[in-house]
Design a protein around this ligand. Sequence first.
Ligand SMILES: N[C@@H](CCC(=O)N[C@@H](CS)C(=O)NCC(=O)O)C(=O)O
Length: 209
Amino acid sequence: MSQLKLWHCHDARSLRPLWALQEMQLDYELEVLPFPPRFFQKEYLGINPLGTVPYFTDGDTRMTESTGICHYLAERYVPDYRIAPDHPDYGDYLNWLYHSDATLTFPQTLYLRYAIMEPEERRQPQVAEDYVNWYIARLRLLDAHIVDKNFLCDDRFTIADIAIGYALYLGELNGFAERYSPQVRDYLAALKQRQGFVSAVARTEGSNS
Ligand SMILES: N[C@@H](CCC(=O)N[C@@H](CS)C(=O)NCC(=O)O)C(=O)O
């Protein structure tokens, strides 16, 4: 039995490590939870006190950050998906990894919270709209970078594409893709055709999310 285990909700940020596990063809155990687990599966708080997904274990290792888990898997198990520290794209690679969640996913969570998840009386349409605009403005770095490329670093698929690709996919699910530049739309469309992505999404198709 595999010692890698991932807790996941359909289309949540745990899709990043799930996609990485599928691309890397690693053996793992998957636990699928209803969303949000802290509400619908309260005993999950005994496993991950944050109540968030992803949660990942590998023996005694415990992790809660989606991009960090992808980084761990690439470093530890399948280095073909990383950029090595002595490579000229290394700084860029790390920047895309951190940018993926801190800059491109975070504003979307404010939209989700204040436009959709909060009860009607606590919704904040102005906050939601401001953070959608904030997200679209922060895509400028990617717009310029991807215009003549298929992948973010070293002309090949790496976990940086998974990390950024998920943020773009979430934006598409949220209905923002019509505001993407043509090159970002093409980049996302190509990522979504990868077998690793298709099989990761299919693992929880139809589940409560
Ligand atoms: N920075 C973390 C964020 C994890 C996170 O907040 N996940 C969301 C789903 S996308 C979650 O579990 N939310 C449920 C909750 O807040 O109760 C990551 O990238 O993994």
